[in-house]
Design a protein around this ligand. Structure first.
Ligand code: MN3
Length: 194
């Protein structure tokens, strides 16, 4: 069965004024969709087409890996945001962040630094590795599952993620993500399942 573009978990207008409907139209409707279309073309008639997306990602390199990972990364990114998100997590995830980073503020500093300093296209992540939370960054399509880590939350720092709304101001986009968009309920569910 062919891979499909998942619907956004909210309306295209839901993240405005921080992330516009125009950005979501292009980013989800064009970029994310193109990765799905390309992946299906690359796997057409091959045994990998019957595998799960995760199996394809873990077993592939080159163009198949790039497109499969970008399909997964974008679905994870849409879920990493919600209308009226941002702020701080609560409960066990907050306790684990305070345990592993020292404080939520220290986590935030590390996340901002990783997302800001990722050179060129890529992603910044909160991940779980060997029972410990850490901040990482990956280039292009690379993602935590290739490094034995479980993804908890991500921000896309490819220019197509923020250029319509923030132009060249990547740091402002990152601050806005943390202040107004981050979906800590999604992160807490990932952490609980980890
Ligand atoms: Mn993107």
């Amino acid at each position: 069965m062919a891979f499909e573009l998942p619907a956004l978990p909210y309306e295209k207008t839901a993240l405005a004024p921080h992330i516009s409907a125009e950005t979501l139209e292009i980013h989800h409707g064009k970029h994310h969709n193109a990765y799905v279309v390309n992946l299906n073309k690359l796997l057409d008639g091959k045994p990998e087409a019957a595998k799960s997306l995760e199996e394809v990602i873990l077993g592939a390199e080159g163009p198949v890996f790039n497109n499969a990972a970008q399909v997964w990364n974008h679905t994870f990114y849409w879920n990493s945001m919600k209308p009226n998100g941002g702020g701080k997590p609560t409960g066990e995830l907050l306790a684990a962040i305070e345990r592993d980073f020292g404080s939520f503020e220290k986590f935030r500093e590390e996340f901002v630094a990783a997302a800001t300093t990722q050179f060129g296209s890529g992603w910044a992540w909160l991940v779980l590795e060997n029972g410990k939370l850490k901040v990482t960054k990956t280039g292009n399509a690379d993602l935590p599952m290739k490094h034995g880590q479980k993804a908890i939350l991500t921000i896309d720092v490819w220019e197509h993620a923020y250029y319509v709304d923030f132009r060249n101001l990547r740091p402002k986009y990152i601050e806005t993500f943390l202040d107004s968009l981050a979906n800590w309920d999604f992160a807490a569910a990932n952490f609980a399942a980890g």
